[in-house]
Design a protein. Structure first.
Length: 401
């Protein structure tokens, strides 16, 4: 990330960003780890918008922020490419396909319910295995080129497996950074790392962080004093997006506690929507659109869906805008290079652990599944076939099998 100026100019258009992220929003099945694999293929390998190291740095930062890490990585890429319009375009393109599908399911559209099962979904999960495996191999070749960093990666994977959840993830990255500071001083950093411009001034970042804190503290008071159902919904989902670390699955118990006991959403409806959310591409946080769609009361339907969707994702937008300029300045310091080399190795280990569970365990159940995953990996890594084509072919093969 260049820090030669207080804010770099955007290098692309928001329309370009929206088009690419819309394609990803329609095809990125498999959960947040798979999303990171799709992003790497699209922006590091295919379009070369950033280096391997810059991408790993970005993934590491988003592991420390509350909210959906893959969506925050996407927001950051859009922000770097086309400024604030690019960030919003990235969010809209990646989020709206699954949000609209889940809202349709909430309205009881027959085809939405009928389409949420079958062999094609198994094929899509297998495609995610190939995408993540390809991303891991590419990152490992660049970011763990020696035995020391390979050891960091394996140790990080072991920590994440032994301590599931956010504390294991954050602890593994922190430990890898400390080890890098101690053992990697003076080594050249592979993969670049200064090629992601941040077109946001620090003054704007401070304002974004102030708005984040103001809404977090002020929305509960405003909702209680004004007795507004819409404001109460927005407050509940904003807090969920602000305070939950670890991605979509971690936020589900909090959302259930927010919407089921007050009577906004029936328990059976909540569980049905959760099942539907597993079968759509894009971020699991779009489950919020479904919950708004089935809210019981005069506000239910698409207005409540919009309130819940914006409420749960707004903290991520504010935190990304607020954090990136300071992260860019920090990682440009020479004394941080050894730390970041260790962190990058830790990120590879973290993704390797997540590749096994849940990506592999959710998709590979039989020899035919393994064979299909190998074929998809061959198409991606060997023949350089577009992931969109691989996803479609895997879905067709899964339905046939």
């Amino acid at each position: 990330m260049s820090v030669t100026r207080e804010a770099d100019r955007p290098v692309g258009s928001w329309i370009e960003v929206f088009r690419i992220f819309l394609r990803l929003g329609l095809t990125s099945f498999g959960g947040p780890v798979a999303h990171l694999g799709y992003f790497r293929e699209a922006f590091v390998e295919r379009r070369r918008w950033m280096s391997e190291a810059a991408y790993a740095d970005l993934v590491a930062l988003c592991q420390f922020l509350p909210g959906p890490a893959s969506s925050q990585v996407g927001l950051s890429i859009g922000l770097s490419r086309a400024g604030l319009p690019g960030a919003l375009a990235a969010w809209a393109g990646f989020t709206l396909p699954s949000a609209l599908a889940l809202l349709a399911f909430a309205y009881g559209v027959g085809w939405a319910g009928d389409a949420l099962g079958g062999g094609w979904l198994a094929g899509l999960k297998i495609a995610a295995v190939a995408v993540v495996a390809n991303a891991l191999w590419g990152m490992a070749r660049t970011l763990i080129p020696d035995a020391t960093r390979a050891t960091f990666a394996v140790a990080a994977a072991a920590v994440v497996v032994a301590v599931p959840g956010v504390w294991g993830q954050v602890g593994a990255i922190v430990a890898a950074g400390v080890a890098g500071r101690l053992l990697l001083q003076g080594k050249p950093r592979e993969g670049g790392g200064d090629d992601m411009p941040i077109p946001i001034r620090r003054r704007t970042a401070v304002v974004a962080l102030a708005i984040f804190a103001l809404l977090l503290g002020g929305l509960p008071l405003a909702a209680a004093s004004l007795q507004s159902e819409g404001l109460a919904l927005f407050d509940a989902f904003y807090r969920a997006g602000s305070l939950v670390f670890g991605g979509g699955h971690v936020v589900l118990p909090l959302l259930q506690a927010e919407v089921v006991p007050p009577g906004w959403v029936a328990r059976d409806d909540f569980l049905a929507g959760y099942g539907a959310a597993q079968a759509v591409p894009g971020p699991l946080f779009t489950f919020s659109a479904y919950l708004g769609g089935v809210v019981q009361g005069p506000l239910g339907g698409w207005p409540a869906a919009a309130i819940c969707l914006v409420g749960i994702f707004l903290p991520s937008v504010l935190l990304v805008v607020g954090a990136l300029p300071f992260w860019a300045a920090l990682r440009a310091r020479p004394d941080m290079q050894a730390v970041l080399m260790g962190v990058n190795a830790g990120v590879v280990g973290l993704l390797a652990a997540a590749f096994y569970d849940p990506v592999w365990t959710a998709a590979i159940h039989a020899r035919a599944d393994f064979a299909l995953a190998l074929g998809a990996l061959l198409l991606l890594a060997g023949w350089k076939v577009s992931p969109v084509i691989v996803v479609v072919m895997s879905a067709v093969a899964g339905a046939a099998l």
